[in-house]
Structure formats: structure tokens, C-alpha cells
Ligand binder design. Structure first.
Ligand code: ARG
Length: 590
């Protein structure tokens, strides 16, 4: 379906042409002076030089051609040469009726269904999820939903950090703490215990401990490197132990992601591609893509038009060990083999920009992917505390995601109980979590991904202003009016018919609805969920202005009341769709 702005531009372009001017001058935009008009065209200003004419004269002639046009209530030229446009109410009505009948509210699907692998989450086994992983999960989940909605097949992969030195560190520390475990006994040939030899919380204390020690103790670090190598070379006991670590950690991760409303299609990890690395490395060598440099195997990634040289991508270290980039390259190979994606997008901290540049260039250069395969990095900024520094706990430590969520849950629970004494504890708890997720996710997503932002719990949880809870509050308000309507009239809100709007607020709400497809398509194109946030926030405001100035259920004219209900019903549907694309949902009441 055509966008409303395109329809308007087309009409104005026709008028430019009919008046003897270049039709390209007829491009319109949403007005930045809503007090004067709804849409605006600056084409006469742009064309003045070309036609050696005062812009006002051109605008006048075009306005003349538009007079009597049914699309416009008003099309007037104003000095020095703008065209101010106000669309007709019938045009708005028929446009949104058509749009509301479409399955995706006017979002256009591509002719074929591109496949996109989306790499997000990126947690590391045996390290607790911290707020740094929050952004990847929240932005990635929203992008997955947006890309699916706009007609792509999306495969979400968590890309688990489950290989490498971190595992060696954990094994080394376990060996020190529990040397008698059979996993460390080289002569053990029996079957290993089914139960893991540690609890989750033990496991979670082991990593920071081991990592701290390795920074101070050379010998310890050497042991960890040795253990890593032994694990990767396939030592039976180490592999068995590694499976335990993986299982305990992954079931906890799954629980945490579920709590965040985030889910993945694939749980591939760095270890998944371990076995294909040697073949890939040979391929790089045999085809001259990689060469030796100071003992390491590297791929040069600097291009002619680069202003400065980039460090090469290191495929193997001088001791033959694979690195972060190596597993990423092998993962690309596996993804291409199994999914043949048209694109792979990565959602990770923007401080990894160089890493991804090296990996993408290496993948293209070595033809692991086609030239047209789109590899993109969605690098996000840091979540800061109110002091402008990376967010920490009050004690100054790294905040665990779980604690952060339960803190917000509690805050919301208190507020909901306070405002609603009759609500059961159970419902209050469930609602509190829904509102908390909206607060947390919207607080993040409403910023452009690449920007740092300040995590301000009081602001994010407020029921007023540009926040998640405000959107939910608006939705709940609409739901309650619709429920009352259905109860009072015995009719279905869904079946209410939309009439031509009368008040300006009503028309403004209709125009806000009409912008849905543009917002969603641009969010998908730019990989920016914040576009949808801005859209729904605007829609909520338009709804609330309408609501405050309109007696809806008390309206006596039945046709008018029905039309209001139709408008509310559809605003609700569009808002619910919008927040679903952001990754949260609304309660029945709050
Ligand atoms: N595990 C990594 C980290 O915690 C993020 C992984 C991002 N994805 C990737 N394919 N490298 O920093």
C-alpha cells in the first residue's frame, strides 16, 4: 500500500507538472508547523532559480492547480513560496480504513523473503549476565521482530561464548578446589557422574576468582592456557566437565532470557565451529588469503581507499591457537552452509567495531560470503549511571541483570499495589513484571542504538512522559473504555465503523495512525527500533489529546460514538503491534 505522504506528493507533483514545472519539485513532507498545516511542500523555493521566477509565483500557480482537488481541504501558497497543505477528512478516512484492513497496517513486503541471521545476546558461559548483555538482548530481540514483520526470514543466534581461555580458567580453578574429581584423573576410564560437581552459584563465583588470579599469577595463567588447549584438543575428562559447565550455565541463561521475553532460534556457540576451523584455515592458506606475519597467521584487511592502515585480522596466534575472530569467521562459514543467508547482522558493544570490520572484510576477501552478502554491525553504546560512567551497583560492582530486573519489579509492584488496593498479589506481581520490562526495554530502545544513554530508573518507570509505562497506561485506558462500551451496548468494538472525523484532535489521531508503516519500514531499513518508539509515543500523545477533549461513551449521536470506538479499537491494535515489535506487552489493567 502506498504511504500517505507518497500519495500527497504524487498529487502535488501532478500539479507542478500541470503548471509547467518539473514534477520532482512536488515532494512533500510532514509540516513542522502543525499549527499552520499538516503537510508542506518547498518545491517552489527550490525551483525558483531554474525558472527565473519568484518562488511565490510558482507556489501560487501550483496552489491554483490544486484548488478543487478532493485530497485537500486547503492547499495555499504562503510567502516566500511555500505550499501549506491540509488534507481533507474524507481522504484521511478512506486512507486509514484501507490501511486498517491490511494485515500489516500498510507495511509493504519485499517480493521475496530474504533470510537474515541475527547474532545477538552474546552471553558468556559461567559468567553471570550483566547489564552490558542487556542491550544486545533487548535491541536484538526487537530487531528480530521488526525484520520478521517486514517480511524477512530471521534466524536468531545467541552466539554463546563457550570456548577459549575462559573455560580453561574455570577448569583450572575447579581442579585446584576439587582435585579428586574423576575429570582430572588421566587413568579414569569409567563413565563420569551425571550430576555436575558444582552448583550454579559456585560456578558463578569461580570465574571472577580465576580471572582475578590469572591477572596476578603468571603460573596460574599458564595453567589456564594449558587447560584450554587440553580441552580444545579433546581431553575426555575436560570435555565431560565442560559439558557440565555448559549445561548448568545454559539452563540459567535460558531462564534469564525468558524472563526478559527474549528468545533465540539457535544456541550455537563458539565451540560449535571448533571442528571446522582447521579446514577453513587451510582454505585461507591454500588460496593465498592468509599469510604468516611474526609467527601468526593473518589476513590483511586494509583497502586502497582507507585513510589509514588497519591492523590485520589474526586467524591463528603464533602458538597455533584460534582467536575470537577465527570463531567468528568459522561461524560465518557454517551459517552460509546451513542457511544461505542474504545478510548477517551482529548486535554487540560498539567497542567491538574494529573486530567486526576485520571479520567482515576477511569474510568477503576470502569469499566465505558472496560480494552481495550483507554483513552489518549494529554497535550499541554504553548504558551509563547518573554519573555518566558505566552503570554499576551501589557498591560499585558490575550489576547483574537478574538483580536489576528484580529491583525494577519490586518498585513497580509497590506502585501498582498502592494505586489499586483490590488487585491480588499474584496479578500485581505479574503486572509489575510486565510494566518493569516495558520500562527497561523502552528506556533502552528509545535511544538510537549507537548512543550511550543514562539509566535513570525513576524516569524509566514513570507513568508520564516518554516512557514504556506511559504507553502501557494508554493501552490500558483504551482497553477499559472498549470493555465498558461492549458491556453497555452489547456490541463488539471490533465491528464499529469509522466515520469522517469532525474534531481536529480526532483527525490528528487518524493522521498519526496513518504513519505506522513508514515508521516500521524505516526502523527495519535503518536497524533502529527507536523509530518505532518515537512513533508510538507520538500516537499515544495524539490519542490522549483526543481522549481529554472528547466525551466518548457519553456521546449521544450513536454513529459518532461508534466511530470513536472504531478509532480507539484501531489505535489499540496499532499500539499493541508496536510494543510487540519492541518486545513487550501490556497488562489488562494497572
Ligand atoms: N560474547 C561476546 C561478548 O561478551 C559477544 C559476542 C558477539 N557476537 C559475535 N559473533 N562475536 O563480548
Amino acid at each position: 500500500m502506498e504511504k500517505i505522504l507518497d500519495l500527497i506528493s504524487k498529487e502535488v507533483s501532478d500539479a507542478f507538472e500541470a503548471a509547467g514545472y518539473d514534477r520532482n519539485l512536488g515532494k512533500c513532507g510532514v509540516s513542522n508547523r502543525p499549527d499552520l498545516c499538516e503537510y508542506q511542500c518547498n518545491g517552489a523555493m527550490a525551483g525558483a532559480k531554474q525558472y527565473h521566477k519568484a518562488p511565490f509565483m510558482i507556489a501560487d500557480e501550483v496552489a491554483e492547480k490544486l484548488s478543487g482537488n478532493e485530497m485537500f481541504e486547503k492547499a495555499e501558497s504562503v510567502k516566500p513560496g511555500f505550499l501549506n497543505l491540509t488534507v481533507s477528512r474524507e481522504f484521511v478516512r478512506s486512507y486509514i480504513v484501507k490501511m486498517l484492513h491490511e494485515k500489516r497496517f500498510g507495511v509493504n513486503l519485499p517480493g521475496h523473503e530474504p533470510t537474515i541471521v541475527l547474532d545477538y545476546g552474546g552471553p558468556n558461559v559461567a559468567k553471570p549476565l550483566h547489564v552490558g548483555h542487556l542491550r544486545s538482548a533487548v535491541i536484538g530481540e526487537s530487531l528480530k521482530r521488526i525484520l520478521r514483520y517486514t517480511g524477512n526470514k530471521v534466524v536468531g543466534d545467541v552466539h554463546l561464548g563457550d570456548w577459549g581461555l575462559q573455560m580453561g580458567l574455570i577448569i583450572t580453578e575447579l581442579k585446584l578446589q576439587k582435585p579428586d574429581l574423576p575429570y582430572f584423573d588421566e587413568s579414569f576410564t569409567g563413565s563420569y557422574p551425571k550430576e555436575p560437581p558444582f552448583t550454579l552459584s559456585e560456578l558463578e563465583t569461580i570465574y571472577p576468582l580465576a580471572s582475578g588470579k590469572s591477572k596476578e599469577d603468571e603460573e596460574y595463567k599458564a595453567a589456564a592456557l594449558e587447560a584450554t588447549k587440553k580441552l580444545q584438543d579433546g581431553d575426555r575428562g575436560y570435555r565431560a566437565l565442560w559439558h557440565h559447565i555448559l549445561n548448568v550455565s545454559v539452563s540459567d541463561l535460558k531462564k534469564n532470557y525468558k524472563n526478559l521475553n527474549v528468545d533465540f532460534d539457535l544456541w550455537w556457540g563458539e565451540s560449535t565451529v571448533h571442528d571446522i576451523i582447521p579446514g577453513m584455515v587451510d582454505y585461507f592458506k591454500d588460496n593465498g588469503y592468509a599469510h604468516e606475519s611474526q609467527g601468526a597467521l593473518v589476513i590483511d584487511v586494509t583497502r586502497e581507499d582507507d585513510s589509514k592502515e588497519l591492523p590485520p585480522c589474526i586467524v591463528l596466534k603464533s602458538d597455533g591457537a584460534a582467536l575470537y575472530a577465527t570463531t567468528d569467521l568459522a561461524t560465518i562459514q557454517k551459517r552460509m552452509d546451513e542457511y544461505h543467508p542474504d545478510a548477517i547482522y551482529y548486535v554487540a558493544d560498539k567497542r567491538q567495531t574494529l573486530h567486526f570490520t576485520q571479520v567482515f572484510r576477511s569474510a568477503h576477501k576470502s569469499k566465505l560470503v558472496m560480494p552481495e552478502t550483507d554483513l552489518q554491525f549494529v554497535g550499541f553504546g554504553t548504558m551509563n549511571g547518573s554519573d555518566g560512567k558505566p552503570f554499576k551497583t551501589r557498591q560499585g560492582g558490575v550489576m547483574r541483570l537478574e538483580s536489576l530486573i528484580s529491583e525494577i519489579d519490586e518498585k513497580m509492584y509497590g506502585r501498582i499495589k498502592e494505586g489499586n488496593a483490590a488487585i491480588s498479589d499474584e496479578e500485581a506481581k505479574k503486572t509489575a513484571h510486565q510494566v518493569a520490562l516495558a520500562a527497561l526495554k523502552y528506556g533502552d530502545l528509545s535511544n538510537q542504538p549507537s548512543k550511550d544513554y543514562i539509566f535513570d530508573i525513576d524516569k524509566f518507570t514513570s507513568f508520564e512522559g516518554d516512557t514504556g509505562p506511559y504507553l502501557l497506561y494508554t493501552i490500558v485506558r483504551i482497553k477499559s473504555i472498549l470493555a465498558k462500551y461492549e458491556e453497555q451496548s452489547g456490541k463488539k468494538a471490533k465491528e464499529a465503523r469509522l466515520a469522517v472525523s469532525e474534531s481536529d484532535n480526532e483527525k490528528a489521531l487518524c493522521l498519526a495512525l496513518a504513519g505506522f508503516a513508514e515508521a516500521v519500514e524505516s526502523a527495519a531499513r535503518e536497524l533502529m527500533p527507536n523509530r518505532i518508539c518515537a512513533y508510538i509515543y507520538g500516537l499515544s500523545n495524539a490519542f490522549n489529546s483526543f481522549y481529554h477533549e472528547t466525551r466518548i461513551l457519553a456521546e449521544e449521536d450513536e454513529a459518532k460514538k461508534e466511530s470513536y470506538i472504531a478509532l480507539l479499537y484501531n489505535t489499540l491494535k496499532v499500539m499493541e503491534t508496536g510494543i510487540d515489535l519492541l518486545g513487550f506487552d501490556a497488562p489488562e489493567r494497572m
